[in-house]
Write a protein that binds this ligand. Structure first.
Ligand SMILES: Nc1nc2c(ncn2[C@@H]2O[C@H](COP(=O)(O)OP(=O)(O)OP(=O)(O)O)[C@@H](O)[C@H]2O)c(=O)[nH]1
Ligand SMILES: [Mg+2]
Length: 285
């Protein structure tokens, strides 16, 4: 193999030197960088979508609420237009083909997610909501409660506790994420009407905030934990303050960034028009 022609003349470059100083041709170098960028992009997309669970991306509504309130029954009615018997859910139901009846056919379908209400299975909702908020793909949360059970203190407390945890997340984004409290089973004579339910929930949310704040102060006083870094706490069971700091004496949902609407309805009686209207208003905004 013969060596490339060389020259001692300063400033004189051989044809090889003008092409490359590293052993790669210029087009090859550009190609390598291009390939690297493309590979990195696809790797990022793959990992991001997998880990963040946004593979089924797009605007979405998320159904949450205590167990037995009628979430899966509502999901089935919204998605398939019919009632069906349900079992307590152990995992999420998700459709990417949810259409709202009064929106034009040209509107892209929405993602509708139904989450299990059992206390031990709620982490899925918390992470799905946080992910959707981060990706700005959530139109609203439908918080379904069994209105016929809301005159029972322990059931009301459970509904308010879970709602409190969700509101702590919806409050994290500017303007909040809208929430519909769907007061289901309103056809039953024991059902608490929407207006009254709103007041009951506010009173209960206030009590929860007080008791969580008290337990944090106690722990802090015992020297186990400093409550100054409230925002970094775990949401679930955390002490996180809901509403304006320093607000005492009462709790009003209207003071939150999150717009909370309470509306009666009944999946069993097919009385869900008001809830659909609420979704349609948010879907076009
Ligand atoms: N009376 C009455 N019963 C209803 C209504 N909607 C749902 N139910 C019943 O409530 C029960 C629970 O409904 P589900 O949809 O399984 O409840 P869920 O909220 O999905 O419960 P989890 O999956 O355990 O979180 C079922 O027996 C439903 O038939 C309603 O409007 N009125
Ligand atoms: Mg269910």
């Amino acid at each position: 193999m013969s060596a490339p022609p060389e020259t001692d003349e300063p400033g004189h470059l051989t044809s090889q030197e003008t092409v490359s100083t590293s052993g790669y041709g210029v087009p090859g170098y550009i190609l390598s960088v291009g390939l690297l960028i493309i590979t990195a992009y696809f790797a990022y997309e793959l990992i991001y979508r997998r880990t963040k669970g946004v593979a089924a991306g797009g605007p979405r509504f998320i159904i949450a609420g205590p167990s037995g309130s009628g979430k899966t029954a509502l999901f089935t009615l919204l998605r398939y237009g019919k009632k069906s018997t349900t079992l307590p859910s152990v995992e999420q139901n998700l459709t990417t083909k949810f259409r709202l009846p009064n929106l034009p056919d040209t509107t892209k379908p929405f993602v509708l997610v139904d989450t299990p209400g059992h206390q031990k299975l709620r982490h899925g909702l918390f992470s799905a909501l946080q992910t959707a908020q981060a990706a700005r793909t959530v139109h609203g949360v439908l918080y379904v409660v069994d209105a016929s059970a809301m005159s029972r203190p322990e059931r009301l407390r459970e509904a308010a506790e879970y709602m409190y945890d969700i509101l702590r997340i919806t409050e994290r984004v500017r303007g909040g994420t809208d929430m519909l409290v769907a007061a289901n089973k309103s056809e039953l004579f024991t059902a608490v009407p929407a207006k009254r339910l709103r007041t009951l929930l506010e009173t209960e949310l206030y009590k929860i905030r007080e008791s969580r704040a008290k337990s944090v102060s106690k722990v802090a006083a015992d020297g186990e934990k400093d409550d100054s870094d409230d925002d970094n706490e775990d949401i679930v069971g955390g002490s996180g303050w809901l509403g304006k700091r320093g607000e005492k004496g009462s709790f009003k949902l209207e003071d939150l960034e999150t717009e909370v609407t309470v509306l009666d309805g009944s999946v069993d009686s097919g009385k869900i028009d008001a809830w659909i209207g609420w979704m349609e208003e948010r879907a076009v905004n």
